[in-house]
Design a protein around this ligand. Sequence first.
Ligand code: HGY
Ligand code: MN
Ligand code: MN
Length: 420
Amino acid sequence: MNDSRVQASTQKLLELLEELAAFTAPGLGVTRLLYTEEWGRAQTFLQGKMAGFGLKVTTDKVGNVFGRLMGRSPEQKVILTGSHIDTVVNGGKYDGAYGIAAAMIALQDLQKNFGQPQRTLEVVSFCEEEGSRFPLAYWGSGHVTERYDGSEAENCMDADRISLQAAMAAFSFSQSVTDTDGNISKSTGARNDIDAFVELHIEQGIILETTDTQIGVVQGIVGQRRYMVKVSGVANHAGTTPMLMRQDALASAVEMLYVLEGAAKAAGAPLVATSGKLEVYPNTPNVIPGEVLFALDIRHSEEEELECFCAKILSLYHEIAAERGVTLEVIPVLHTLPAPMDTKLSTALEEICLEQGKTYRMMVSGAGHDAQLFAPRCPTAMIFVPSRAGISHSPEEYSSPEQLAAGLEVLTAMLYELAY
Ligand code: HGY
Ligand code: MN
Ligand code: MN
């Protein structure tokens, strides 16, 4: 595309990102959790925007929003592109939103510059990917790819004991998504009419910046295991209980988390492990904690390594619990397999970068993405742009207009190749 066109598209992209960032709960950065009021306003805004772009807008049972640019051959399966609209708490304005906004601009530019595509192109705003509000993740792409059928919603509670089912019921979504045969898709929102999925996303790491590279062509996405670990001891008086007679749930959890860090460092890259959430009960200064709930997020590019590390760490936790006279309950929350991207699509992305004179590198994603649920079902590709200082899941998340524009150009060229 010539410079003035690139500038115009980039300007629209930046405006769209600012508009989406305004749909947030109060506080630092962007907080847009599944089925909250700000989440609903963002999805409603996107439906209006997609319709304004001339796309055929539909939603499904869980509130995924789709914008379709019909192809001349409607009998052929769809080329899907997009990302997730939800964020972490106090997150940035690019994680997820960038992939949706850029996909919308790309479809608009393609239609304007090349007319109707041969194959139907569709942009999706997945309702949820992060797992920030409810103890499960990929609720949006998980329905499209049949990981979930909706029955999981009933017993899945947020921190305020609101069920996913009740939160979802506060929003009414039509089930008007139809597949290429004109059939209404199964009530679960599963789609069997998708021939390829392409996701544009910020890297959320520091490799592209430190190697001064414009584009990351993702070869694979790491596998991920998330758990909630409940340590139950005995709440007691902080002043009168002798040290040797305590069953201190927090001291036990602290030892477990210290062990986690040491074991992850000993295992070495690409294994990573974090505990980003910890709740103490009764959380009162002069009471020995009776119960602690903490999260585990463990990742690796090899499933066997991940399996082995998790088994080892949980067995260590049981030993610590036994020594300290506390009880342990480990609740699995998430298990996603490592996902290789499609080599043909990755090669096509390399060629596009070469044609456009963009620096690029093949890389593995340490972050999980909706793309990893599509990889086992259809050819799937991911494109990264740099994150400043590698920061993400933070109000400091930032990618420059030039970096965002470069990703948009590569995505547009990829979609052109797939659909025209
Ligand atoms: O946690 C992740 O890897 C992603 O940002 N949801
Ligand atoms: Mn993301
Ligand atoms: Mn994220």
